[in-house]
Each structure stands twice: as structure tokens, then as C-alpha cells.
Design a protein around this ligand. Structure first.
Ligand code: NDP
Ligand code: 8X3
Length: 253
């Protein structure tokens, strides 16, 4: 079967933002979607919206045992996952490193690094055995461009970028593709609400900025999946037209 016609995708973090938009888009593209996250009510609402082409599944990506058990826990007809969108992730805080909460750092690493690696490790053997599949990781411009307060969040996304490239190194000779999407400023998700735990500060991040929208990320996922089987998009960096990489910091007296 052609790589460009995947049948089943598993999306982590599908209860909100990018993941929700990606699930909606993939179902519209004719791909059945296993939608995972911690908030069951959100997943159930997505199931009501999209019907039986979507399977809601509660999964905390920081629960390594549950993630490892995932392939065996999938119901009949949903086991041959062709596409993994490892999207679940978060930033916590924007303070300087010496004031950051160690527990916030630990949670970002557990979710953005360990959550991604355990999920990929669980689903990759099936893809390799079937000689078809596509792992799509969600990195960030924060993994390339440092900014004040980006400390551990940016480092987790740098990990994701290198992990994706190293996966390809291992998978050369198989039909399994790997792509890392590296978005800049994207509104319309809960990312900044989670980061600041504060609605007012979160809203200001996007004020008058015309950010990208989750649908733009979903469109990019749809595009990388649609390309011929011989094409591997290694990484995609995308920003709104209103954003550009910033100047280096200089401390003047
Ligand atoms: P949201 O906060 O809207 O979505 C994050 C999703 O991750 C939610 O569905 C949440 O679901 C899920 N999630 C968080 N922790 C866990 C966990 N432990 N187990 C399972 N699911 C979890 O943010 P975005 O949609 O904006 O972010 C999606 C990804 O995109 C993240 O990796 C983020 O770092 C990245 N990104 C975001 C950018 C932006 O500007 N918005 C730009 C670049 C990258 P639940 O709480 O129900 O578990
Ligand atoms: C999210 C984008 O610039 O807030 O990854 O780090 S940014």
C-alpha cells in the first residue's frame, strides 16, 4: 500500500490546540484517529463531533507503563498505527533559570522528552515490522533559538529535534518516515494558559500579533503525510508573517 494513504493515526495531546486540530484534519483526510490525552471529557466531545472514525483513549504520556502497554491495549481494527503525531507537551513558566521551579523543569522533561521517547518506542516496532509509517514530532522554534526564560522548555524541544533526526538515521532502509515540525507563535491553543497559569498574561502573548493557528499546524501535518513515499520531510520551521528570529541579547551598562 502507498505510504501516502495512511489508515490509522495516533495523536497525543488531542484534547486541545494542535492535537485537536490535527485529529479533526486527519479524520477529514480519511484517516482514522486514535485521540489520546488525559482529559476524557474533551476526547469524548471530539468523538461526538467526529464520529466513529475517532477512537478516544485516555493516556498520560508520563505514565511509562501505560505507554509501553499501549500497542497491546488497542482494540481490534485499531492496532496497525501508521502515523504517530507525538504532540503532547507543555511549557511551564518563563522566569530565569535561577528562579525556576525544579518541579516545573521535571514535568517539562517528563512530558516533552520522556513522553515523546516512550510513545515513539512503543509504536515504532509495529511500523518497522509493516515497513510503513510516519512519526511526526512537535518541536518548536524554541529548540533552535534561545530566548530569556526558554531554558528547559527550549532544551526539551532541541532534544525532540535531534531525536527525530537520529530516528531517521536508524530507520534508513525502512519505509518509516520521521518529520519534526517546529512552529513559532501559535494562538488558539491552551499553551500560554498552561505556561502562565494565568488567562490575562496568556492573552497578552497573542495581542495584535496575528499568530499562526492550530489549523495551520494541522495543514502542515496533512501536507507532510500526503507526499510520495520517497519523500521524507526532515523538519519544518514555521512562523507567522509577523514573527522573525530575534537579535542576540546584549547587556549594556
Ligand atoms: P495545548 O496546551 O493546547 O495542548 C497540549 C496538549 O497536550 C493537550 O491536549 C494536553 O491534554 C496534552 N498533554 C499535556 N500533558 C500531557 C500528558 N502528561 N499526557 C498526555 N497529554 C498531555 O498546547 P498546544 O496545542 O499549543 O501545544 C501542542 C504542542 O505544540 C506542545 O508540544 C507544544 O510544546 C508545542 N508547541 C506549541 C506552540 C504554541 O505557540 N502554541 C509553538 C510550538 C510548539 P490533557 O491536558 O488533556 O492531557
Ligand atoms: C512555543 C513557541 O516561542 O513560546 O514552542 O517557545 S515559544
Amino acid at each position: 500500500m502507498s505510504q501516502s494513504s495512511p489508515r490509522i493515526a495516533l495523536v497525543t495531546g488531542a484534547s486541545s490546540g494542535f492535537g485537536r486540530a490535527i485529529a479533526q484534519r486527519l479524520v477529514a483526510d480519511g484517516i482514522r484517529v486514535i485521540a489520546t490525552a488525559r482529559r476524557r471529557d474533551r476526547l469524548d466531545a471530539l468523538r461526538s463531533e467526529l464520529g466513529d472514525q475517532l477512537l478516544p483513549l485516555v493516556l498520560d504520556v508520563t505514565d511509562a507503563e501505560a505507554v509501553a502497554a499501549l500497542p497491546g491495549a488497542l482494540p481490534d481494527g485499531w492496532r496497525e498505527v501508521d502515523v504517530l503525531v507525538a504532540n503532547a507537551g507543555l511549557a511551564l513558566g518563563l522566569g530565569p533559570a535561577h528562579e525556576a521551579k525544579p518541579e516545573d523543569w521535571a514535568r517539562m522533561i517528563a512530558t516533552n522528552v520522556s513522553g515523546v521517547t516512550t510513545t515513539v518506542r512503543a509504536l515504532l516496532p509495529g511500523m518497522v515490522a509493516r515497513d510503513r509509517g510516519h512519526v511526526i514530532t512537535i518541536g518548536s522554534i524554541a529548540g533552535t533559538y534561545p530566548y530569556p526564560g526558554g531554558n528547559v522548555y527550549g532544551a526539551t524541544k532541541a532534544f525532540v529535534a535531534q531525536f527525530a533526526l537520529n530516528l531517521r538515521a536508524d530507520l534508513v532502509g525502512t519505509g518509516v518516515r520521521v518529520s519534526n515540525l517546529e512552529p513559532g507563535l501559535v494562538g488558539g491553543s491552551e499553551f500560554s494558559n498552561v505556561r502562565f497559569n494565568d488567562d490575562d498574561r496568556a492573552a497578552k502573548v497573542y495581542e495584535n500579533a496575528e499568530p499562526l493557528l492550530p489549523e495551520d499546524i494541522a495543514e502542515t501535518v496533512s501536507w507532510v503525510l500526503s507526499l510520495p513515499a520517497r519523500v521524507n520531510i526532515n523538519r519544518v520551521e514555521l512562523m507567522p508573517v509577523t514573527q522573525a528570529s530575534a537579535a542576540l541579547a546584549v547587556k549594556r551598562k
